[in-house]
Design a binder for this molecule. Structure first.
Ligand SMILES: Cc1cc2nc3c(=O)[nH]c(=O)nc-3n(C[C@H](O)[C@H](O)[C@H](O)COP(=O)(O)OP(=O)(O)OC[C@H]3O[C@@H](n4cnc5c(N)ncnc54)[C@H](O)[C@@H]3O)c2cc1C
Length: 397
């Protein structure tokens, strides 16, 4: 008699958790998602989905939703903070589709989450369920929620973000560290900045102690911006409550007119503090594992945090399908994923320094290096973009 499918609980209904739920369901498992919030939401405006992520989402049948909601930027344009000089350009579309079989996209976060959620049974997403405890029972795991509910499952997946309770339950308390950066984030209706004549693409402005990124979302109707500045300390009272357009303008006071025009066209903006953790040596204990920001948060300076969570979901589903013993499958999954996400964590950290160099010889050397390389083909990131996370390759000792 065939064995019944594994019952799997995914904790967290963010981009990582929902993608994983879709991938696990399509692999034949019985899956439920438990989310603490009263509705599925995403904080912030836009997000980049590089071809490694859009390919996974397309494989899960989400291509039409992405095409409906997303934008295919023509390229990225790296510019100098004050004089606007071009430091480097990189074409993205249609080259990414030709090279990697999937486009690079920019999309509103809420729209992305809705597209992913549309592929999963709504009555198996349990809102208002905040995990507060778990106990390993050998062949199953018991889970408790703040609302008094409790469940028994065969496999538990913690996709509950950087402040993960599942991670704390497995590996102990360890506060994430403030990364020394805050972001001013906002959305601007495209018609308000039509005078800038922006092409449908991304621009990234690098300057002393900060950088500023903007790209279109919502089929080009909105321009999303994120302006990063460095600070020694963070406290919520000083920042979140005083997030105003005027304050964002003051933070980018001497920067190029285009940046100031974009900020000034926003009705509101909010401030986001960046937190970080060091790479975690283990992700799994028995039949419980982690994914996404719960186990490998990264600075967003490679635009790959959510992409890695999406890849994790595809890899986890493939490992659980290929390897009969769930605990062995989770171990294989974590070993497959760790080298790749650690590399991206390190590259993202290095980009903070590289993007924020003060005016002077270091910055001039960086700019000269970019100029020497010339326009960057998306082929330069082949190792990143063509990767298939669902390939359950053997682990080399
Ligand atoms: C400014 C900025 C820009 C970025 N840009 C990009 C980009 O361009 N491209 C990219 O790929 N990545 C980007 N990232 C990174 C990306 O946003 C994150 O890596 C990604 O959203 C993490 O997804 P996740 O599902 O792992 O976690 P989260 O999105 O944090 O989701 C966790 C979910 O778990 C829920 N939860 C938490 N605790 C519990 C509990 N105890 N019980 C039940 N539910 C719980 C939460 O409510 C939430 O819904 C950016 C990040 C920032 C800050």
């Amino acid at each position: 008699m065939p064995e019944p499918p594994l019952r799997i609980a995914v904790i967290g209904g963010g981009i990582g958790g929902l993608t994983t739920a879709v991938a696990l369901r399509q692999a034949g498992f019985e899956v439920d998602v438990y989310e603490q919030a009263l509705e599925l939401t995403e904080v912030g405006g836009g997000i980049n989905m590089a071809p490694n992520a859009t390919r996974v989402l397309r494989t899960l049948g989400l291509g039409a939703g992405l095409d409906r909601e997303g934008v295919r930027p023509l390229g990225t344009h790296q510019r100098r903070w004050q004089d606007g000089r071009t430091l480097q350009r990189a074409p993205l579309n249609p080259q990414c589709e030709e090279l990697y079989g999937a486009p690079h996209m920019t999309i509103h976060r809420a729209a992305l989450l809705a597209v992913i959620a549309s592929a999963f049974q709504a009555d198996r997403v349990h809102l208002d369920h905040r995990l507060v405890g778990l106990a390993d029972k050998g062949d199953s795991t018991e889970v408790w929620f703040e609302n008094g509910a409790h469940i028994m499952v065969d496999v538990l997946v913690g996709a509950d973000g950087i402040h993960s309770t599942v991670r704390t339950a497995l590996f102990g308390e360890e506060e994430p560290a403030f990364a020394g950066c805050v972001a001013y984030r906002g959305l601007v209706p495209a018609e308000r900045i039509s005078g800038l004549g922006l092409e449908l693409g991304s621009q990234s402005w690098v300057g002393p102690g900060g950088h500023f990124v903007h790209y279109f979302v919502s089929r080009g109707r909105l321009l999303n911006f994120v302006g990063w500045t460095e600070h020694d300390r963070w406290n919520r009272e000083d920042w979140t409550d005083r997030a105003t357009v005027a304050r964002a303008l003051a933070a980018f006071e001497d920067w190029h007119k285009q940046i100031r025009t974009i900020i000034a066209a926003a009705e509101t903006c909010f401030i986001w503090a960046l937190f970080d953790r060091d790479p975690l040596p283990r992700w799994s204990v028995g039949r419980t594992t982690l994914l996404g920001d719960a186990c490998h948060p990264m600075y967003p300076f490679m635009g790959q945090g959510a992409a890695m969570a999406i890849e994790d979901g595809a890899a986890l589903a493939a490992c659980l399908r290929a390897i009969r013993n769930p605990a062995d499958a989770l171990l294989h999954y974590e070993r497959l994923r760790q080298p790749r996400v650690t590399r991206l964590q390190q590259m993202s950290r290095a980009n903070k320094t590289r993007f924020h160099l003060p005016d002077g010889p270091g910055q001039a050397a960086r700019d000269a290096e970019w100029a020497d390389v010339g326009d960057r083909s998306p082929d330069a990131l082949r190792w990143l973009y063509e990767f298939d996370p669902a390939a359950v390759t053997p682990i080399l000792a």
